[in-house]
Every structure is written in structure tokens, then in C-alpha cells.
Ligand binder design. Sequence first.
Ligand code: PLP
Length: 411
Amino acid sequence: MAKINQNFLNLQGSYLFSEIAKRRTKFIQDNPNAQIISLGIGDVTRALPEAVTKAMHAAVDELATVSAFRGYGPEQGYDFLVNAIIEHDYKARGIELASNEVFVSDGSKCDVGNIQEIFSQDAVIAVQDPVYPVYVDTNVMAGRSGAFSKETNRYENIVYLPCNAENNFKPSLPDRKVDLIYLCYPNNPTGMTLTKDELKVWVDYAKANDAIILFDSAYEAYIQEEDVPRSIYEIEGAKDVAIEFRSLSKTAGFTGVRCAYTIVPRGVKAKDENGNEVTVADLWNRRHTTKFNGVSYVTQRGAEAIYSAEGKAQIATLVDYYMSNAAIIRDGLKSLSLTVYGGVNAPYIWLQTPNGLDSWAFFDKLLSEANIVGTPGVGFGQSGQGYFRLTAFGSRENTEKAVERITKLSL
Ligand code: PLP
């Protein structure tokens, strides 16, 4: 019999969203007439921008002709998209990037999950707690995590950086040497952000400690405030120590269409076992071209269209729609004297559960008494215990209805 990768057995329990689905299904079985509203999983609900669908239709028509047909494309992305990304997302903000520093992919989940593969087995990783679960689980699969402790709800070799009300959800620097630091801003799940000065502390730390920052910026499009950096490369020196991940999923409704990109500046270096310097972008390129065959032409034409004047305006409308939902949820919960975070530069609202309820107890209360599905904070890590995440990605009607129902609860 073939042997399995034993690390997979070190993964904990069912994935957060399967447990939510299980409880939701059971509730519906017991209460078939309940009108459930989901503000749980972070998936978008609005249609694709028209500029995107128009471009995709045109691309399909091209492929229908022999003269314009395209088969395999460059694994790193077509020049038209790579150049648009550089021009609009970076150059417009004073950041210079070369085309061999941009890697188009079919999603940030894959990229943030796969990036660990090019680093050594004994690399020490640091994650924010609470955290997007993919960073931790992919390192568990790779055998980097050490054993899981049921008492602490943590892996022994992972360095956790607690984010809680005491530190305003801004983690302190690690208290031991780490090699890779996953930072996610605007943050999922807390919806909080760092200012430029606060992010600079991390860049300086990475420089001083030969660490690399893996900066997940999937929610960049939702930033509203001036002092919040849209890219880590707005911070001086970051091009030597940071890899940035961006996704069109939440920016332009691409959760089902799939398109994202990762920036690996050539200045980011790591060392081999003999201490020789290696350019990380070369390894990522090697990995990407070996294991990935590019995003479809049709999708990339759709992605390119978000940078047209029409596309930009339509995306702004999408973001406004979701951020207005966020404001409705935030204001509604605040009017009940609940303690609420996020929802200002991100489509997530992070609330402190009332009356000291634990996260799952609040989940059950909200489901049974208001028929609303949210996400228990503890599912994102031990520091999320006592918190709860609601998303602004629902329809306006459902968002308003949900807030109205919560208002009627005895909390
Ligand atoms: N990173 C974070 C923090 C996310 O919340 C998500 C999706 O929810 C992703 C990455 C994955 O995005 P994509 O749809 O591009 O795979």
C-alpha cells in the first residue's frame, strides 16, 4: 500500500465552513420554513461588471476564429494584463515594477497556499491570530507546524501574533526569530488595517531580521482612508522583503471566474543551504511554470477590462455597494451598543459577542433566533474566541433585513 503524507493527518477537524454548513443544514431540516440569511462565507453576490463581460464575450469570439485562436498562453500571464497591472495598480502610485515580477494566477488562495513550497522545511512562520486558515493549513500539510495542542488550540512550531481589542487588532512583532510573516491587510477576518507608519515597522523588522513578509492584499479595493497603504511597496524598502498577493475576486466579482496575481520583486532574496543568495522570483517562476498553465485568455481579457475607464467606474460602484452594506451592519450593531470593529476599509465586520458568549454559542443564537448565518471568530484562531464575523457581501435587501432581525433580539 502506498504511504500517505502523514502531515495531512495533523490538520485539525473539519474546515470552518463545513462545520457552519453542517449546523445550517441541521437547522433547516428542523425548521423547514425558516428564511435563512447568510452573512457568513465571504463570497460576492453582485453580477460581474459590464466592461468585464463585454471583454470576455469579445475574447470568446476571437477564439472562435482560426486567425485569432490561442492555445496555451504564457504561464505568468499575457503582456496586456501584466502591463495593465503594473500601470494602473502600481505605477499610478509611484511604484515601479518590471514585468518579470508579476505572476498572474487563478486565485490568491492558491498563491498564498503555494508560496510556502519554495521555502525550507525548517522555515519558521508567523501568522496573525485570528487568521485566514489557508496560511496555517498549507504549512501543516508541508510539515512545518509541529504538533497541535488541543489545550492551546495552536500548533507548537507556528508563531502566533495575537490580534485583539487590547492591541486594536494590530499585532506586536514576534518575540523570536521568524523567517516568513503572513500579514493580511485589509484583514480577513477582523476588517482592520494598518497605517503606513504601522506597516513600516514590519518592513523594518523584516529587513533587520532577514525575514520575508507575505502580504495578502485581497481586499485592497475596499480601502477608503487616505493613510492606509494600498500596496506594501508604498513602504520604503518593501521591495527587498515583501511578496504581495492581490485578487480580482472581491475587487471585481471574480470569485467564480478566477483571476489574481502575485508580485515577487527581484530584490527579495533568500539563501540556499550553503548560504548562497537566491532570487525568490526565480524560484517562484520555476514553480509557477512547472505546476501551472496560465489563466484562460478569456478571463485575462475580462481582467484587463477592469482597468478601462468604464471598468474602473463599475468597480467603484460595486465596492460602494458592499461598503454601504458594511455601514448598515456597523451602524445597526453599534446602535445596540455592541462593540464593533472593521467595516470601514474592508467588507468584514468583526463584533465582540455580547454577554461573554463564546463564538459558537453566538453562532447558534443568531441562527436559531434570527435565522442568520455568520462566522464564529474562534474558527479563525484562538484569539478570535468571543468574536464573530459578518460580511457585507450580501444583497442590500438581505443586509437590511438581517440588521432588523438582530435589532429585535434580546442581547
Ligand atoms: N486571501 C484572503 C485573505 C481571502 O479572504 C481570500 C478569499 O476569501 C483569498 C485570499 C482567496 O481569494 P481568491 O478567490 O483569489 O482565491
